[in-house]
Design a protein around this ligand. Structure first.
Ligand SMILES: Cc1cc2nc3c(=O)[nH]c(=O)nc-3n(C[C@H](O)[C@H](O)[C@H](O)COP(=O)(O)OP(=O)(O)OC[C@H]3O[C@@H](n4cnc5c(N)ncnc54)[C@H](O)[C@@H]3O)c2cc1C
Length: 353
């Protein structure tokens, strides 16, 4: 017998998790199909929300709205899942050069919201700090693997979750509904990360995949309440393990871990740390980034029951809850989607397909 739902969601990374969360909040039916074999950027991400970006240490896009929204969203998700997933973790800056120290000092005096001088009571002895230190406030660490796993468990229990590889050839999509195997849905939303680049409905979008790697490193006695940032970033992972990364590769011919990345991290760690460390693992992922650095949120202009939530790039942790909420509020209450993220900006381009 067919199962009828309102939404079919393809993919359970950050995008699919948050989209289904807001549907469940509204009591709207859905099924998530998530593949066990396809890549997931969310599983290898460090899970950091940092309101400041780049060499000039400016605020990230619409962070004044996105930050309080996402902190509140992860706190509600944490309460629902009854497990710790969000932790405030200030960034402990170890300036990697004279220029970065000057950049920090300049920003401290001009349009500063989040930067602070280092607290004198905090020890810097675990690091070589020839150019000094600083602090970024209002940063958070999200335990993404815990959240993804628990949400999957909850939705499996509720019979809203299928582990399978969704293939378009197995689906019948009409303007009325979408049939996939024994499920009939009113709408289908693709939250399938880099896999969307091959989706004929959306492959005209200006995707620009970006490969990133990380090491998982054991560093005993390094306080886990901070994120440490220099030329590399050390993010508390689990117990005395730290996520160490990353790189941003726009041009790559394979998605395997690379020896050159590992060697670069070892050099940087040797220079940065005054205490021993041990490498435990090497992770790799591809960020579903795009040339505009803005998300893709909404429905195909012609096939109006086929939607997408993607293009979260390097900022999935903060952007996913915010834009998943906008997607659903638009769908149900006709509220606007941020014009820089709304898919309607590609109406002409996607209408050619
Ligand atoms: C090394 C690295 C570090 C990062 N660090 C951060 C960070 O600190 N902070 C931050 O905000 N962002 C970070 N990011 C970016 C962040 O990971 C992404 O923005 C985010 O995870 C994208 O989420 P998504 O749900 O769109 O895609 P994904 O997480 O890739 O999820 C896609 C899901 O779809 C499933 N899927 C794909 N195809 C199919 C199919 N055919 N059928 C069924 N299921 C399918 C996959 O299995 C997967 O579960 C990092 C990324 C990388 C690679």
């Amino acid at each position: 017998m067919n199962k009828k739902v309102t939404y079919l969601i393809v993919g359970q990374g950050l995008a699919g998790t948050w989209l289904s969360y807001y549907l469940s909040q509204q009591g709207i039916s859905f099924v998530i199909i998530n593949s066990a074999s396809q890549a997931s950027a969310s599983k290898v991400a460090s899970g950091v929300i940092n309101p400041v970006t780049g060499r000039r240490m400016v605020q990230t896009w619409i962070i004044e709205e996105v930050l309080p929204f996402s902190v509140s969203a992860y706190t509600s998700m944490q309460d629902l899942l009854n497990t710790k997933i969000i932790q405030e973790a200030p960034v402990f800056l170890i300036h990697p050069s004279k220029q970065m120290k000057e950049s920090f000092e300049y920003r401290l005096q001009h349009d500063n919201v989040y930067l602070q001088e280092m607290d004198e009571n905090i020890s810097t002895s675990n690091f070589n700090t020839p150019f000094g230190t600083g602090f970024i406030d209002s940063c958070y660490w999200i335990d993404l693997n815990e959240m993804l796993l628990k949400w999957k468990f909850f939705q499996t229990q509720a019979e809203n979750y299928i582990v399978d590889d969704f293939q378009l050839k197995d689906a019948i999509i009409t303007h009325e509904n979408v049939t996939w195997k024994n499920i009939v849905a009113d709408k289908i939303i693709f939250c399938d990360g880099i896999n969307a680049f091959n989706n004929p409905y959306f492959n005209a979008l200006p995707f620009a995949p970006n490969k990133g790697e990380a090491l998982i490193v054991q560093v005993k006695n390094l306080p886990p309440q901070f994120i440490y940032k220099s030329t590399i970033t050390l993010v508390p992972w689990k117990d005395d393990l730290f996520w160490v990364g990353s790189n941003y590769e726009w041009d790559f011919d394979h998605v395997n871990p690379s020896e050159s990345f590992k060697q670069k991290m070892i050099e940087a760690l040797d220079q940065l740390l005054t205490i021993p460390y041990e490498i435990k693992d090497h992770l790799v992922g591809v960020r579903p980034a795009n040339k505009e650095r803005r998300p893709f949120v909404g429905y195909h202009p012609i096939q109006k029951n086929v939607g997408i939530l993607n293009g979260l790039g390097t900022k999935g942790c903060s952007l996913a809850p915010y834009f998943a909420a906008q997607f659903i509020a638009n769908d149900i209450f006709n509220k606007p989607i941020h014009p820089e993220a709304c898919l309607s900006r590609f109406k002409e381009l996607l209408s050619k397909n």
